[in-house]
Design a protein around this ligand. Structure first.
Ligand code: 6R9
Length: 649
């Protein structure tokens, strides 16, 4: 970390906006002054301007019961109406909402009028299956139009979706179904990934096998055409049911604080947190940021965010932001390198993508393959590039800028979290002079600070902890079913400030540089994983006596999961270290999902612990990253690290 920070401090390149870009930009420098005059009023103006309110609000922010905020709470709106019907009514029904591209090369372009019609039918279908306002619906789908249609249909009814990433295991899916007490699951037979059909329905079947859940129906979209088992009376084909329902559906208005979705994310403990978002404030901030951060011109831009809808980026910047703004976007089902390593660039060329939003891990893996691959395609349509999920290192920034952006497209490095709901820190294209590697400045209307352990502002040139110092419209409204955990996790540390869990530094200009998590949360390919969750999966295996997991830095994925495991004495002879390690890697993948599979597992005889029994992950990280092991003086047994490193040589 220290060398990385030094490296960042030496980064002095600046990219001011071109005059031409600045002259035509959606955002202007005045927007900061406007927001500074009063952030609540600023957001109220945005909410009125960007959204349609069935009942206009008269109250903006209610912070009388912190940390539980209410925004625009006497207003009423329908989120799906805002993303669909109103664009059709405004005469934009023929505009393409989604250019969908399947991995094998099949495609489908869906206009706003068509998408609205599909969502209306889906809303009627869900109603016929008993979904009512406030009910929870689990969505476990590949990146197909039905994923967005299902989310919007749930939202249209004032119900609550819980999208579970298709890469999560049956067990993870079940834990989320149980926690949210979902009554319906929407899935597919399978989806295309890496050149073949990857089945999804079997995981749903396995998740629902044991009793104790309240799922009445499983709605199955046909996509992979793989054979699936069928539970009569429970399972229904989406295409058969949707053909039988009424096409008309009038969107009802719901209060601005009506829950919109729950999305599970990893925290510092083993149990994922159900982050709760509501309607009016969330939609206001995602629409505002999508428009201003990406310099969106809905009439002419083609926008593409590569995130899966299973993550917050896919919620805010695939489903809700672009559709609320009436944008045309690309939705791609598959992996970046199927069937060839230029697949993404081919898609950009095919649809003339002008705004592209992806993660540093993807950029680094393309860098490895070499610039000749993107150079084989026409990428001149690109005019704004975005980055999200982890800090973007200056080398990757420059490559993205030069090779993908033709040396001219501004890059917005956007910092935010599942909990923040929408972008919180980012440059504004055409306004901000860009610094590779820094997320730079808070969005207008957002108050961010970097503080020391006592909550005091650190001042320019110093590092500390990132906090949000005022409530914001798209903030989480809590952790589903666990208000205490919400208070403890985010508010206990500083009382009146939201603690994000990230370290950050202010440079001499006051710009923000993110330095990674300060807790036991890892960031692998831009996805959050908890060390505790993987440790508890490892120790659930009969071989394992004890386990410690660390995030080791990795050239491509940012961090990689590395585990240190003590095998039970009774099992020591059962398998060789290599066999045990393979078996345990598979066990974690099966229990949590392939994204959590450790890159390496070291079978060790001891783990380094302090006298109070806390595992010293810092030392294990040294081993995992192949460094000289640091200060061991606080270990209960200082010879332990020697034992571990001797064994591994
Ligand atoms: C949107 C998303 C949140 C964590 C966050 C931070 C890291 C996200 C970043 C970034 C540096 C950026 N993070 N964007 N770090 N620069 N531009 O990724 O949400 O999955 O909840 O992860 O990701 O550590 O705390 P989520």
């Amino acid at each position: 970390m220290a060398s990385q920070i030094d490296h960042l401090l030496n980064e002095s390149r600046r990219f001011p906006p071109s005059e031409e870009f600045a002259a035509n930009a959606v955002a202007s420098p005045q927007i900061y002054a406007q927001a500074a005059a009063g952030s609540a009023e600023f957001w109220a103006d945005q909410a009125r301007e960007l959204l349609h309110w069935h009942t206009p609000f008269t109250r903006t922010l209610d912070w009388s019961n912190p940390p539980f905020a209410k925004w625009f709470d006497d207003g009423e709106l329908n989120v799906a109406y805002n993303c669909l019907d109103r664009h059709v009514l405004a005469g934009n029904g023929d505009r393409i909402a989604i250019h969908w591209e399947g991995e094998p090369g099949d495609s489908r372009s869906i206009s706003y009028a068509e998408l609205t019609a599909e969502v209306k039918k889906a809303a009627n279908l869900l109603t016929s299956l008993g979904v009512r306002t406030g009910d929870r619906v689990a969505i476990y789908l590949p990146m197909i139009p039905e994923a967005v249609i299902a989310m919007l249909a749930v939202a249209r009814l004032g119900a609550v979706h819980s999208v579970v990433f298709g890469g999560f295991s049956a067990e993870s899916l079940r834990a989320r179904i149980d926690d949210a007490n979902a009554k319906l699951v929407i899935t597919a037979d399978g989806g295309w990934r890496k050149g073949k059909v990857s089945p999804l329905k079997p995981a749903v079947d396995a998740a629902l096998e044991s009793p104790g859940h309240n799922v009445r129906n499983v709605l199955v979209v046909r996509r992979g055409e793989n054979t699936v088992d069928w539970v009569e009376g429970r399972d229904l084909w989406w295409h058969e049911e949707i053909a039988a329902v009424d096409a008309d559906h009038v969107a009802k208005a719901f209060p601005a604080e009506n829950p919109l979705f729950i999305l599970y994310t990893s925290g510092t403990t083993g149990k994922p947190k159900g982050i709760l978002h509501t309607s009016g404030g969330y939609l206001t901030q995602v629409a505002f940021t999508h428009k201003n951060v990406f310099d969106l011109r809905p009439e002419s831009d083609v926008y593409w965010c590569t995130a899966d809808v299973g993550w917050i980026t896919g919620h805010s910047y695939v489903a809700y932001g672009p559709l609320a703004n009436g944008a045309t976007q690309v939705l791609y089902e598959g992996t970046p390198d199927s069937p060839h390593p230029g697949r993404w660039w081919e898609i950009i060329e095919k649809y003339g993508v002008s705004i592209f939003y992806t993660a540093p891990t993807a950029i680094r893996s393309f860098m490895k393959l070499g610039r000749q691959i993107p150079q084989g395609f026409d990428l001149t349509s690109l005019r704004v590039l975005g980055s999200v999920g982890e800090p973007i290192n200056p080398e990757a920034w420059i490559w993205y800028h030069d090779v993908i952006g033709g040396g001219s497209a501004p890059i917005v490095d956007t910092w935010w979290q599942t909990e923040t709901g929408a972008i919180m820190i980012s440059a504004l294209p055409g306004v901000t002079s860009l610094k590779p590697g820094s997320a730079q400045v808070p969005i207008p209307g957002i108050r961010i600070d970097v503080v020391d352990d006592d909550g005091q502002h650190v001042g320019t040139g110093n590092g500390g902890l990132l906090v949000v110092s005022e409530p914001w419209p798209s903030m989480l409204r809590g952790i589903w079913g666990d208000p205490d955990r919400y208070r403890e996790t985010y508010w206990q540390k500083f009382g009146d400030k939201y603690f994000a869990g990230d370290g950050a530094r202010l440079d001499d200009d006051g710009d923000i540089w993110l330095l990674g998590r300060v807790d036991d949360v890892m960031n692998v390919s831009g996805h959050r994983l908890s060390t505790a969750e993987i440790e508890s999966s490892l120790v659930s295996h009969p071989y394992v006596a004890e386990a410690a997991v660390v995030g080791a830095s990795d050239e491509t994925t940012g961090q990689a999961v590395v585990a240190f495991v003590i095998v039970k004495a009774s099992q020591a002879d059962v398998a060789s270290a290599a066999e045990a390690s393979d078996l345990l890697r598979a066990h974690v993948a099966q229990q949590i999902g392939a994204i959590a599979r450790p890159r390496q597992i070291f079978i060790v005889a001891e783990l380094p612990k302090t006298r109070s029994g806390k595992i010293m992950r810092r030392l294990l990280r040294d081993v995992a990253e192949g460094r000289e092991v640091g200060d061991t003086t606080t270990l209960a047994d200082t010879s332990v690290m020697q034992i571990i490193t001797d064994r591994l040589q």
